[in-house]
Design a protein around this ligand. Structure first.
Ligand SMILES: C[S@@+](CC[C@H](N)C(=O)[O-])C[C@H]1O[C@@H](n2cnc3c(N)ncnc32)[C@H](O)[C@@H]1O
Length: 303
């Protein structure tokens, strides 16, 4: 086992018991008008991943290495969010250009502000990743879509468009998760839901199940000749339940249970849910010294 291979046989066995086959699905409009109406959700996730990670190599370094940049490329980032990834990538594109596209105006504004004044020319486009009609054929050396593809309404159209705007020899990097990524968070969440007798339709996996690290290759191979999967793991370790609770509530909408209004679930429901999750996390910290959340993520490199 390498220092950054966090998945044990015990976790694999647990995943089979805990992670449901069925996954949540959310529309692009829900993403735009709810999750990403501001940068709150992204800020919490990015902060927690940075502060509590165990893998000395960050996810952003993994993505950067995969892109194999010489510094002169034209790069398109689909669903660029608040440019957290682009800020780290930018020094590798000192003589290149960056185009960020996102459907949510508030995060796009944050991206623009974050990159303002840097020497790499940046262009910002508000739109959906399945309509790149504003971009010329063969205008990019690299295209990325990180943790966003599950929101795109028409995946086949999106991949056809990516293919069209990529130059020959270019690389498309699509980063997503396995549905059993962050298994321990789902375990405590589902246990709390079950103990509360919560509606069974809340027991669903991450919406990334639509195109996950496990099932994505087939969808991509319909559009790209070469599809290679490069995996990356990390383990967030918490010795205080509160930062984890923020990650769970604000970063992940209680594993999607609070993603959309649901008249069956009021604030008292979520308050009890958090109290139960907090109790389990506190117990694990007492017993093992920390609460671990194991990430299993990675990228498809398509050409
Ligand atoms: C989880 S964030 C990921 C942000 C960024 N790629 C990162 O890795 O930090 C998902 C982003 O996809 C955007 N998004 C959702 N649906 C989209 C679509 N159809 N086209 C473009 N962007 C979309 C959201 O507004 C949000 O900024």
């Amino acid at each position: 086992m390498s220092r950054t291979d966090f998945r044990t046989a015990a976790l694999d066995a647990l995943a089979k018991k805990v992670i449901p086959e069925e996954h949540f699905e959310f529309s692009m409009e829900t993403a735009r008008d709810n999750f990403f109406k501001d940068t709150g959700m992204l800020d919490v996730k990015q902060d927690v991943h940075n502060r509590f990670r165990t893998n000395p190599k960050s996810m952003v370094s993994h993505m950067t290495d995969n892109l194999d940049l010489i510094g002169q490329e034209d790069l398109l980032d689909l669903g660029c969010g608040n440019a957290f990834v682009l800020e780290h990538l930018r020094p590798h594109l000192a003589d290149g250009t960056i185009t960020g596209l996102d459907v949510a105006p508030a995060v796009l504004d944050a991206a623009r502000a974050r990159m303002h004044g840097t020497a790499t020319p940046c262009t910002w486009i508000e739109g959906s990743a399945d309509d790149l009609s504003m971009l010329a054929d063969g205008s990019f050396d690299r295209v990325m879509a990180n943790y966003m593809i599950h929101y795109v309404p028409d995946l086949d159209r999106c991949f056809t468009e990516v293919r069209r705007v990529l130059r020959p020899g270019g690389i498309f990097q699509l980063t997503t998760d396995r549905t059993d990524s962050m298994l321990e968070m789902y375990q405590v969440h589902f246990a709390a839901l079950k103990a509360m007798g919560a509606p069974k339709d809340l027991i669903k996996a991450t919406p990334k199940g639509r195109l996950s690290l496990d099932n994505g290759a087939g969808q991509l191979e319909r559009h790209f000749e070469n599809v290679k999967r490069v995996t990356w793991q990390d383990q967030l370790r918490f010795t205080d339940p509160e930062p984890f609770l923020r990650f769970y509530q604000v970063g992940h909408n209680h594993c999607c249970a609070s993603s959309e209004p649901d008249e069956r679930l009021d604030e008292a429901f979520f308050s009890e849910l958090r109290a139960r999750v907090r109790a389990q996390v506190t117990e694990t910290i007492k017993e093992h010294g920390y609460f671990a959340v194991t990430k299993y993520t990675g990228s498809f490199l398509c050409s």
